[in-house]
Design a protein around this ligand. Sequence first.
Ligand code: ADP
Ligand code: MG
Length: 248
Amino acid sequence: MNAVEEQIKLYAKHLKIPTFAEYEEILRQTDPANGFSDLLLELMKAESASRQENQNRRRLRKAGFPYLKTMDEFDTKQLNGAVSSVFLQELGTCKFVQERQNIVMIGNPGRGKTHLAIALGLNACTQGFNVLFKNAATLSTELCEARDNYQLGRLERVLAKADLLILDELSYLSFNRHQSELLFKVISDRSEKSSTIVTTNLLFSKWTELFENTTMVAALIDRLTFRSHILDMNGESYRLKATMQKKS
Ligand code: ADP
Ligand code: MG
C-alpha cells in the first residue's frame, strides 16, 4: 500500500465512510471512460447503500423477534375465510403503522398469531419503522422490575420510540393489579400516537379474567380497539394438523 492509499484508508475511517476505503473495487466496476464525478457518485451510492443495510440490520436486531417468519410462509387458507388474503396483503403493506392503527389477533393456540405478528413486524422493519416485539408476560415483569429500580421512565421511553409494539400472548397468565396498571399505561400512552399488535387466545368478554383490575379492562379494550383491526383467527391448530398429517 503506498502513502496515498494509506491516507485514503485513514481518512475513510476518520470520516466514517468505510466504502471509500474500498474505492478500488468500485473503480473496477465503473467504466474507465467515465469522468471523476461518475466515480464519486458511485462511491457515494455504495456508501449510502451500505449505511442503509447497517441500519436495517440494527433495526432488526433491536426489534427483538424471537425468530423470523414471513408473510410468504403464511398460508391464508388456514384462516377458513375469516380473514381474507386480500386483507392480509393490505396489512402487509404496513399502512396500518403509518396510520397508527392497532391489530388485535384473537385465536386459540397454534393458529399462527405469533407467526403473522412477526411477519408484519418484519415488513414494518424493512420499511424503516422501529419495531419492538415483546411477550406480554415478559414485558409486565420488565415493567415491574424497572419500576422497582427507578428505571420505569427509561423503559417507557424505549417503548414509546417504537412505531410498532407487538405484545404477544396477552393470554395465558393473568396479571396482578400493579402489572395490569403498568401494561395499561403502555397501551394507553400509545393510543393514536403509534401502532400496537396484540395477540391473545381470549375473547374480549374474557379479558376480565386476565387482569385483577376489572374496571381497567373496559378502558383498555376501548383504547386498543379504537382505530383497529380485529382478526378472528380461531380454528384448528396448524401445529396439531401438521402433526396429524405426518402420522397418517
Ligand atoms: P399461535 O401464536 O397462534 O399459537 P404460532 O404462530 O406459534 O401460533 O404457530 C405455530 C406454528 O404453526 C408455527 O411454526 C407457525 O409458523 C405455524 N403456522 C400456524 N399457522 C400457520 C399458517 N396459517 N401458515 C403457515 N404456518 C402456520
Ligand atoms: Mg403465539
